[in-house]
Design a protein around this ligand. Structure first.
Ligand code: ATP
Ligand code: MG
Length: 370
């Protein structure tokens, strides 16, 4: 899988840009605030209709513009695809796959997948459970359309249930709907748990191998999926998971009515990441945190490759600058075997290390490529 060409119009600080990429390695360099991350962000958006750093599509539209365009020529499954997204300030975005309108972003993900690693991904280890759920959700939404649908359904019903619990004192009749909403949460929630558990099992193996390599075999990384307490083994089949989640919901019923909040469920799931048996969130050093986060992201790419037969595009934003030479070498050795985009502020060392095409970005323009 690869992206051969990218066209941008009024995307962030790019006015109009058309750029042809190398099939393997693309090095993007330039000073701060020129548009390096923006370029990777555009590629990520094309793969999943989502940017990991923007809260809304509006942020992506050039300050002076009303709408933005991202279009990419993709080669996947032995054929060419054109993916196109148009973003508007005042109305919903539009997506196309080969000129056919796409209803949801999973239609983009079925063609084109990316794994994005940026400095903020260190929060994956350091922050609360929400950061790790986001990682799982983003990976699985691209990989499994059924997961994306279950997650969207869960979120919709969760929002409804939250409103019911909030307003039920003033409108007690709302409570009549609660059993049906609970059942819908159980059905979509069980699918979510099922996919998260399967994914984490593979992730744990790949990430541990990456981390061991990167640390010269000195450190042991372990990753475990934590979900609701009634689910004893999340790798069990869906019917059992559904029953266990129903039991969980039952046991929280009174407490939920008392607190008027949705208390527990897969929306509280977490990944327990440990290095040498200790919680990485609490005890890991800066270097260990970075290595663990990177090991997880590279594992995500390997899993995709195993599942789909094609490696997703790897987008590495500013990863090398803070790694020591040994860890840099590890990363550079690991990234081959698929198309890679890597940004950096220096212009001399990376091109020699990686080969491929080199792009210089200045003030929202791709100035040269050689
Ligand atoms: P660094 O090396 O510091 O990470 P960068 O090259 O990755 O820099 P980007 O994050 O790509 O920089 O941002 C480049 C510029 O784009 C910033 O100056 C930012 O203010 C600008 N920018 C962000 N959003 C928009 C927008 N919607 N419209 C116009 N410009 C924007
Ligand atoms: Mg940047």
């Amino acid at each position: 899988m690869r992206i051969d060409r990218l066209t941008l119009e009024h995307f962030r600080n790019y006015n109009r840009q058309d750029v042809a990429f190398d099939t393997d390695c693309n090095v993007i360099f330039g000073e701060n605030a020129q548009g390096k991350t923006n370029l990777l962000e555009a590629i990520q958006y094309l793969s999943c209709g989502h940017s990991s750093r923007a809260k809304s599509d509006r942020e992506l539209i050039g300050f002076q513009a009303e709408n933005a365009l991202i279009q990419g020529q993709i080669f996947a499954r032995d054929r060419e695809f054109v993916l196109r997204t148009e973003l508007y300030r005042e109305k919903r975005r539009k997506l196309w796959v080969n000129k056919v309108p796409a209803k949801t972003s999973s239609e983009l993900s079925q063609v084109f997948q990316t794994v994005f690693f940026c400095p903020e991904d260190l929060l994956l280890i350091r922050e609360g459970a929400a950061a790790r759920r986001k990682f799982l959700d983003q990976a699985l939404c691209q990989l499994r359309p059924r997961y994306a649908a279950a997650l969207a359904a869960y979120r919709r019903v969760y929002a409804h249930k939250t409103r019911i619990l909030r307003d039920c004192e003033e409108q007690p009749g709302l409570l009549d709907m609660l059993p049906e909403f609970n059942e819908r949460l159980i059905q979509s929630g069980a699918v979510i748990i099922h996919y998260r558990a399967q994914f984490t099992e593979k992730l744990a193996v790949c990430a541990a191998a990456n981390h061991a390599d990167c640390s010269g075999g000195k450190e042991k990384l372990s990753v475990n999926y934590k979900t609701v307490s009634t689910v004893l083994n999340p790798l069990e089949g869906l019917p059992l998971l559904t029953d266990q989640l129903r039991a969980h919901m039952e046991s929280h019923k009174q407490a939920e009515l008392g607190s008027r909040l949705c208390l527990s469920g897969p929306h509280k799931d977490d990944l327990l990441v440990e290095i040498d048996g200790r919680d990485a969130k609490t005890y890991s050093s800066q270097g260990q945190t970075r290595t663990a986060a990177l090991s997880l992201k590279l594992a995500e790419r390997e899993i995709y490759k195993n599942v789909t037969g094609e490696a997703p595009i790897l987008l590495l934003d500013d990863v090398l600058s803070e790694l020591d030479p040994r860890r840099q070498e590890f990363v550079l050795n690991r990234i081959s075997g698929g198309q890679v985009f890597i940004t950096c502020c220096e212009d001399d060392r990376l091109p020699v290390l990686l080969g491929g095409k080199v792009f210089h970005i200045a003030a929202g323009k791709v100035l040269e490529s050689f």
